[in-house]
Design a protein around this ligand. Structure first.
Ligand SMILES: [Zn+2]
Length: 64
């Protein structure tokens, strides 16, 4: 059995909510600019959530 050291659940992991918020805000800004410039974007992260698998935080595109 091999287990990833930092990606127990296979997702990008942040240590806490504050750490997860930064890339979330970046995604929101990128998405906003893309909409203004009528460019397609795949950045759809809208919120953070605590993961019960790795006890870290992740970004998700799903609404609460
Ligand atoms: Zn996780």
């Amino acid at each position: 059995m091999t287990r990833s050291r930092s990606h127990q659940c296979g997702k990008v992991r942040f240590r806490d909510h504050r750490e997860a918020i930064t890339p979330l805000h970046t995604a929101v800004a990128v998405r906003k600019r893309a909409v203004d410039e009528l460019q397609p974007t795949r950045r759809r992260e809208v919120r953070t959530y605590e993961c019960h698998v790795c006890h870290g935080f992740h970004l998700t595109s799903m609404a609460a």
